[in-house]
Design a protein. Structure first.
Length: 498
């Protein structure tokens, strides 16, 4: 018996097939092999075609079936993880009306800020735990204001994972966790946020029906099964946004547990049972995968848009196309802590929440033409990302989230010794690296939703720790000085003093 998990990212779609009993990953595949294109028709805009996610998913599914040589009939359940905060609009025929506005698109910022100001910060924060900000609801407000010809034809709005599940099953559904990432869940009323729907002029009928995160959410249609090469009737039993799902993948379910990722964007995500908010709304709070109207399990999330995308930019523009990320990591490791004075602010991928939705842009400071090389830039980029993580972690700790042990997958920036050692040393936290990823976690979660596993303890009993990175106490002052230099640079830029 097998479980199939998908991770619908903005860079690629990954599929993993997991043996339910042993927890072994039988096969994995991702498409496209180069980073998926993002449509950016104006500065701060970011869109993708939802049909492209489906095409990538079909290719990944075919690959894992070809590699594993298993019978599709032996797949017991499907789980879906997906890029958060996207907006997919469909008409009554469930046809997509316009490209999806994805997570790193900034056009919703003024709409969210206006809602926050006019509704009142106290009401927004006490009911939503966040400012409406740049989330899905604010993106939809932009469509309503700027593309009324599309808005009037919208039957339902969906998140990217809801759309993929709809393509599979024909059912248009979402979860409480999904509504919370749209900024349309009211924690005080324990229902969809009607006051925000009313403010923006959205009918509540535009929302999909709600199902539990772990549940029978539909079965593969014969037509979808034929496209995917799977068995008709295979149940979809789990869906969640990529960051709650990443925490789940690392078996982070309970208050005090912390997860982190560092892909295109970077995240530190802590679970709390306290319904609280940041007064300046610089960190995000969402319903975790095990939240229910009766049990508070909240994900307190610091998200940094400019993470792996900065490292990728460095590879394309500072290194060259033939240079591997491993070679870049080795080059960065050859440079002293602090990059001999260079600071890079990694904010070139849209508005940043920790900067109160300012779009500061990426900038490089302190270059000496006689001393510095491309290797210095490679290290400064990784340090800049870590220091931005630290800046957000300080905010999380202000509202009571303790960060002492961080769980992370063995992927992306966490493959770099410079990145992991700098993160451990500048925060004082231990970093535990596990052999898992979002698609594998979604597969295990599908087993929970299908009742194959009784709980997360059973589902993640085979999760394997690869290594532990402790703070470098011998050089803590050097890391602290490098961070303080970076932070001073950031503060000058925020004040307009470049």
């Amino acid at each position: 018996m097998y479980l199939l998990g998908y991770d619908i990212g903005s860079s690629s779609v990954k599929a993993s097939l997991v043996a339910a009993e042993s927890g072994k990953v039988v096969a994995s595949a991702f498409y496209p092999k180069q980073e998926a294109p993002i449509i950016s028709r104006r500065q701060g805009w970011a869109e993708q075609q939802p049909n492209s996610w489906w095409d990538y998913l079909k290719q990944g599914t075919r690959d894992v079936l070809a590699t594993s040589q298993i019978s599709p009939a032996d797949i017991a359940a499907i789980g879906i993880s997906y890029q958060m905060h996207g907006l997919v609009c469909v008409d009554k025929s469930m046809e997509v009306l316009r490209p999806a506005i994805i997570w790193c698109d900034s056009r919703g910022v003024p709409y969210g800020q206006r809602a926050f100001d006019e509704i009142g910060g106290k009401r927004c924060l006490s009911h939503l735990l966040n400012s409406p900000g740049n989330f899905t609801a604010s993106k939809l407000a932009w469509v309503k204001d700027n593309e009324p010809q599309f808005f009037e034809r919208i039957h339902k709005i969906m998140l990217p994972g809801d759309y993929i599940a709809m393509r599979m099953t024909g059912n248009c559904l979402t979860t409480i966790s999904g509504l919370s990432e749209m900024m349309l869940w009211d924690y005080s009323e324990r229902r969809p946020a009607r006051f925000l729907l009313d403010y923006f002029g959205f009918p509540e009928s535009i929302l999909p029906d709600i199902v539990p995160t772990f549940s029978q959410q539909g079965q593969l249609l014969p037509s979808a099964a034929a496209e995917l090469g799977l068995a008709p009737g295979t149940p979809v039993t789990y869906r969640a946004g990529d960051q709650p799902n990443n925490a789940l993948s690392l078996n982070v379910f309970n208050p005090g547990e912390i997860a982190s990722t560092a892909g295109t964007s970077g995240v530190v995500y802590g679970v709390s049972d306290v319904v609280a908010h940041d007064p300046l709304s610089r960190v995000n709070i969402f319903a975790h995968v095990n939240y229910s109207p009766d049990t508070d399990r909240l994900g307190v999330m610091h998200c940094l848009n400019g993470t792996g995308i900065l490292n990728s930019w460095m590879r394309r523009n500072v290194a060259d196309a033939e240079t591997t990320y491993d070679e870049m990591n080795q080059a960065a490791a050859s440079i002293p802590i602090g990059s001999e004075g260079i600071s890079i602010l990694p904010f070139g991928n849209g508005a940043e929440r920790i900067l109160q939705n300012k779009e500061l842009g990426c900038s490089i400071h302190g270059i000496d033409f006689n001393r510095h090389s491309r290797q210095h830039l490679m290290r400064a980029a990784q340090e800049g990302i870590v220091f931005a993580f630290k800046y957000g972690i300080d905010i999380m700790e202000e509202i009571g989230t303790t960060v002492s042990v961080v769980h992370a997958g063995n992927a992306n920036m966490f493959l770099s010794d410079v990145f992991t050692q700098t993160l451990a040393s500048v925060t004082g936290a231990t970093i535990d690296i596990y052999d898992t990823d979002g698609s594998v976690g979604a597969a295990r979660a599908a087993g929970m939703g299908a009742g194959i596993y009784k709980d997360n303890t059973e589902a993640f009993s085979t999760l394997r720790k690869i290594k532990t990175v402790e703070p470098d106490t011998a050089h803590v002052e050097e890391y602290k000085a490098a961070y303080n230099n970076w932070k001073s640079t950031l503060e000058r830029c925020l004040e307009g003093k470049r």
